[in-house]
Structures are given as structure tokens and as C-alpha cells.
Design a protein around this ligand. Structure first.
Ligand code: PEP
Ligand code: MG
Length: 325
């Protein structure tokens, strides 16, 4: 199997009926980057910048952050890297940042909320990213956006930093693309406005599923209680790909779902053409893509998402389809 996946590395990720599905990898530290060529991923779809902060014993300074991002971009060798701004707070505790007690940390003062309330933190990170990205393309997305207005405020902060960098004679990126993670269900009802505001979106299905079903992603008693391939959740995801297509906005999914072949097959079926996953998952998912008759899957899957369809066991249907197709 391993040898088979290795052979697939250089092969295109295209379905039997000729549809390309871009497979990217998730990373969080410089040591992850060698996996980029080993796995055959076309880019880093999610770079979790908080990892550098979590392994440090004090706040990484501007220069430390800039160094790290420069090295990451160098190691990627021209393949695109999508950085995610700090997703700390909640359960991602920094020993040197005074922790506040919260009853529900996952829904607490974390990620972009913290970034907007403590703009010094976010500003330093953005400054480091702009300098590291000088003369190349910089892709940056914000975690835990709940309202489109929060994205606008984050974008404003980036614009201000950009002006500051220019004024002080620092090099800046040739192109900057700013995106929002879709991982809070409220965004599902603001898709039109969101798509008009962003350059791209990325679905954080781990958090989106947790908040969608109100099940703690880390609580084993309830985490598996509802199916990630359930009708409700798949409809929600399809609403995202539909809106993205209407607005010609690139959309990726970077949660754990993307790395499971059956789930990834469903995702491609409802319109995802880009998935980001752990490097080890790339081989199995590419094997799935290359053996998929997408037209046939769509013809059979999409009617099952319509109200009133008698067959509601989508996981069973997809398993059957994967075996028989
Ligand atoms: C997610 O929520 O799906 C995601 C990709 O981010 P994280 O797992 O880091 O919260
Ligand atoms: Mg998340």
C-alpha cells in the first residue's frame, strides 16, 4: 500500500471523468514542510501559526515570527502556503499568556476575537507575514469569523500594516489574498456578504461540525454521536460550495474530514475541488479521486440531499457506491 501511494505522488489528482481535485496538506511547524514534496501535495492549505507560539516559552518576537514564515515560504519552494492567523485561546493555552477561566473555552475569547481585542498581537503577526512574503504571494486567513464585519476589521488591520510597511521602506508581497475560515455556523447565513468580502474561504469542518451539532469535538461521549455524513451537515457544506461557485470564490476544506477517503468522496460530490489534509492522508485520498466517476456520484448523491428523498442513510449509500461504482 505504502509503495502504491508513493507511486501516486507524481500522478495527477484527477477523477476518472477528468475533474481535477487539488490536494493540499496541513502543517504547523517548519519540520512539517519536507512532507510537501514527499506527499505530492500542491500546497499548504492550512498553516497553523499558533504551533510556533505553543512550543515557545515566551512570546515569539517580530523577528522570530518573520524568520519562521520566511523559512516556511522558502521550504515550500514556490508552492502556495495559506497561513492562518493565531488561533489561541480556548483550549490552546500559552503558558506565558495569563489564562482566564472560561466556562466554555471553545466558544470563548479565542482566535480572531482575541486578535481584534488585542490588536497589538495580530498587528505584529501581520507585520511579520508581510515582511516574510515580500516579493511573493501572501495568503492569510482568519479563524473563527462569526460576522462578516469581523473579517472587514481584520482586513483593515492588514491594510494599515501594509501602508506602514510601505512608508518605512519595507518590501511587501506582490499579491495578498485574504480569506475567512468558515467554522462558525452563523456564517452559513451570511454567505452572500461573506463571498463578496473575501478572496477565498476555507471550511474548518472540525469546529463547524462541533458548533453545528453542539457536540464538543474532544468529548468522546458525544463527539461521534452525529454523522459527519449526515444530511444536515452535508447540506450546510453544499450551501458553501454553491455560494462560492456563484461568486467565483476559491473554497477549500481543511478539517479532518478532508483526509478520510469516504468523506472526501462525498465532499468532492457536493462541489469541493480543493481539500487540505494531514500529509499521510494524501495517498489514500488521491487513490480515491483517481478511481472516482464523479458524474455518476453526483447523479446519485445530489438527489439524496433533496427533501423527501426516502433514502436518508448517506454513509451507507456512499460506502456501497465506493465499492460498486
Ligand atoms: C477546523 O476547525 O476544522 C480546523 C481546521 O482548525 P483547527 O482544527 O485547528 O481548529
Ligand atoms: Mg478550527
Amino acid at each position: 500500500r505504502q509503495a502504491e501511494y508513493r507511486r501516486l505522488r507524481a500522478k495527477p489528482s484527477v477523477t476518472k471523468d477528468g475533474v481535477e481535485v487539488a490536494l493540499q496538506m496541513n502543517a504547523g511547524l517548519l519540520v512539517d514542510l519536507p512532507h510537501l514534496s514527499e506527499s505530492g501535495a500542491v500546497g499548504v492549505g492550512l498553516f497553523r501559526t499558533e504551533l510556533q507560539f505553543m512550543v515557545a516559552s515566551s512570546f515569539p518576537r517580530l523577528s522570530d515570527q518573520q524568520n519562521q514564515y520566511t523559512q516556511v515560504l522558502d521550504a515550500a519552494g514556490g508552492k502556495p502556503v495559506t497561513f492562518r492567523s493565531l488561533d489561541i485561546g480556548g483550549d490552546k493555552v500559552l503558558p506565558y499568556l495569563r489564562a482566564i477561566h472560561e466556562e466554555n473555552p471553545a466558544m470563548g475569547w479565542r482566535a480572531l476575537r482575541l486578535g481584534l481585542d488585542r490588536p497589538g498581537l495580530l498587528r505584529t503577526q501581520v507585520r511579520a507575514l508581510l515582511r516574510a512574503g515580500a516579493g511573493r504571494e501572501l495568503k492569510l486567513m482568519f479563524p473563527m469569523v462569526s460576522e462578516v464585519e469581523e473579517f472587514h476589521r481584520a482586513k483593515e488591520l492588514v491594510d494599515r500594516e501594509l501602508r506602514h510597511s510601505r512608508r518605512h521602506g519595507h518590501g511587501v508581497p506582490d499579491v495578498i489574498r485574504l480569506g475567512a475560515m468558515i467554522e462558525v455556523p452563523s456564517l452559513l447565513f451570511q454567505l452572500e456578504e461573506l463571498m463578496q468580502a473575501v478572496d477565498f474561504v476555507s471550511v474548518g469542518s472540525n469546529d463547524l461540525f462541533q458548533f453545528f451539532n453542539a457536540v464538543d469535538r474532544g468529548n468522546t461521549r458525544v463527539a461521534d454521536r452525529y454523522d459527519t455524513l449526515g444530511t444536515g451537515f452535508l447540506r450546510a457544506l453544499k450551501a458553501i460550495t454553491d455560494a462560492a461557485a456563484r461568486h467565483h470564490v476559491p473554497v477549500t476544506l481543511c478539517g479532518e474530514l478532508a483526509g478520510k477517503p469516504l468523506e472526501a468522496m462525498a465532499l468532492v460530490g457536493i462541489g469541493f475541488r480543493s481539500l487540505s489534509m494531514s500529509p499521510a492522508a494524501l495517498g489514500p485520498v488521491k487513490a480515491m479521486v483517481r478511481s472516482l466517476d464523479l458524474g455518476r456520484l453526483q447523479a446519485r448523491l445530489l438527489p439524496r440531499l433533496e427533501p423527501g428523498h426516502p433514502d436518508k442513510d448517506l454513509r451507507q449509500f456512499l460506502r456501497q457506491f465506493a465499492v460498486e461504482q
